[in-house]
Design a protein around this ligand. Structure first.
Ligand code: UD1
Length: 421
């Protein structure tokens, strides 16, 4: 099994190009099921997760071509199946989002319930309520969701989400685009990935208003057309490299980004004493000072501090001067990186959804185990800042969501390599 080996202590200097957003790309792929015309996605990240999604889409009859470069072409001219099995949905939760598009286009679908995952229970009740509001009949049987649209197809409806769930908002938008009449989603999630999906659905012919705000209105269409769309830059990959530079020290410019998508992080990094200079589509991160200041953060839906950057920020705070309180409000079990960071010498105590990180003078390399995608990259960040060798095991977690991670970091002077023996 692959592992990543890091010799810590090297400062990072140079430029890193940021890829398209994984979390957006997966839902944009699902949107290709809504049309019988060709969909071209540019700026697609090449990741294990997009491969899983492509595997599932191929089983549904979608023709997929990858390349040249970061392009993916999807053709759902004929859908040959409406079934998504447990073996695929279990591997990657976002595959669950094919349910709505299949239901909207084919009138029925059978998709496995995703089940929980390492960071929490992650139910899909809000996804199902949203589809029911569009007229779907839903039955749960033997771990599967069996959904059926009314005779004339899905109909627009009012959806009021009790929590601004990203996945449920996306699911509602996808299905509503092919539903008859208007759908209004209240308390919609406002993450930039929603605006990206709204832009693509609009280019396909659905009339979408307010995507990326808390009220989204969609006039569904009988059919949607093909589209060429460029995936929004990955704000979590951006955050990860920005924090890595802050932790290891150095001067790195991240390119191809949307600086306005990471304002809460820029604020936290500046408070910690890191220099953040944003340009039109770049950010320059510089850490010159020896000591970082401790900063408290609380994860919140966008535009608050992203839960997907919480683990990385905890690694940074492990080296700050003083104590930092990190509160996780989105997922109930998202501190599994804390004991692994402790193996490198971090002083972290966890009480419920709160972690207190008392900064230490130095971290020391050790073998560590990745538990989930963002947790694993926090261990890489800590390894870059630590003295000596850190070995991150279970690298498959990283491969789910970071494109060419070792190459991007090594390009800036990090001593990092992948070993397969
Ligand atoms: C997406 C992102 C994930 C990110 C999260 C929050 C993808 C592939 N994943 O996940 O990286 O961390 O947004 O920004 O885009 N919930 C319910 N019932 C539901 C749906 C959600 O109770 O039907 C709860 C979840 O258990 C969780 C919270 O709501 O505690 C947030 O979940 P949600 O916003 O839906 O996140 P995801 O779409 O799963």
């Amino acid at each position: 099994m692959d592992r990543i080996v890091i010799q810590g202590g090297a400062r990072l200097n140079g430029t890193i190009g940021i890829s398209g957003a994984k979390n957006s790309a997966l839902k944009l792929m699902a949107a290709a099921l809504l049309t019988d015309e060709t969909v071209v996605l540019e700026n697609m990240p090449r990741l294990a997760d997009s491969r899983y999604m492509a595997q599932l889409m191929a089983r549904l009859g979608v023709q997929i071509e990858e390349g040249p470069g970061s392009r993916m072409t999807l053709d759902a001219g004929t859908i040959t199946g409406v079934f998504a099995s447990y073996d695929l949905v279990r591997k990657m939760r976002a595959t669950f989002n094919v349910l709505g598009p299949l239901l909207a286009r084919e009138g029925r679908a059978k998709v496995s319930l995703p089940g929980g995952c390492a960071i929490g229970a992650r139910p899909v009740d809000l996804h199902l309520k949203a589809l029911e509001a569009l007229g779907a009949q839903i039955e749960l049987s033997e771990g599967y969701v069996i959904a059926e649209a009314p005779k004339g197809g899905l109909v627009g409806g009012e959806i009021d989400l009790p929590f601004a769930s990203v996945g449920a908002t996306e699911h509602a938008m996808l299905a509503a685009s092919l539903a008859r009449g208007e759908t209004v989603i209240e308390n919609a999630a406002r993450e930039p990935e929603l605006a990206d999906l709204g832009e693509m659905l609009t280019s396909m012919g659905a009339l979408v208003e307010g995507a990326g705000t808390s009220t989204v209105k969609i006039q569904g269409q009988k059919s949607l057309s093909g589209v060429t769309h460029s995936v929004v830059p990955d704000r979590i990959e951006t955050a990860t490299y920005a924090i890595a530079v802050a932790a290891a020290g150095g001067d790195v410019t991240l390119t191809g980004i949307r600086p306005d998508h990471n304002k809460s992080l820029w604020h936290a990094l500046s408070e910690a004493g890191v220099s953040v200079e944003t340009g039109t589509d770049t950010v320059r991160i510089m850490r010159k000072a020896d000591k970082l200041k401790a900063v408290d953060i609380e994860t919140q839906p966008f535009p608050g501090f992203p839960t997907d950057a919480q683990a990385q920020f905890m690694a940074l705070m492990a080296l700050a001067d003083g104590a930092s309180v990190i509160r996780e409000t989105i997922f109930e079990n998202r501190f599994m990186h804390a004991p692994e960071l402790a193996r490198l010498g971090a002083d972290i105590s966890v009480h419920g959804n709160e972690a207190i990180v008392r900064g230490v003078d130095a971290l020391r390399g050790a073998p560590v185990m990745a538990t989930d995608l963002r947790a694993s990259v926090s261990l890489v960040i800590a390894g870059l800042a630590a003295e000596g060798e850190t070995v991150v095991n279970r690298v498959y977690h990283l491969d789910r969501g970071f494109e060419r991670l070792e190459a991007k970091l090594a390009g800036c002077g990090a001593q990092i390599e992948r070993r397969s023996d």
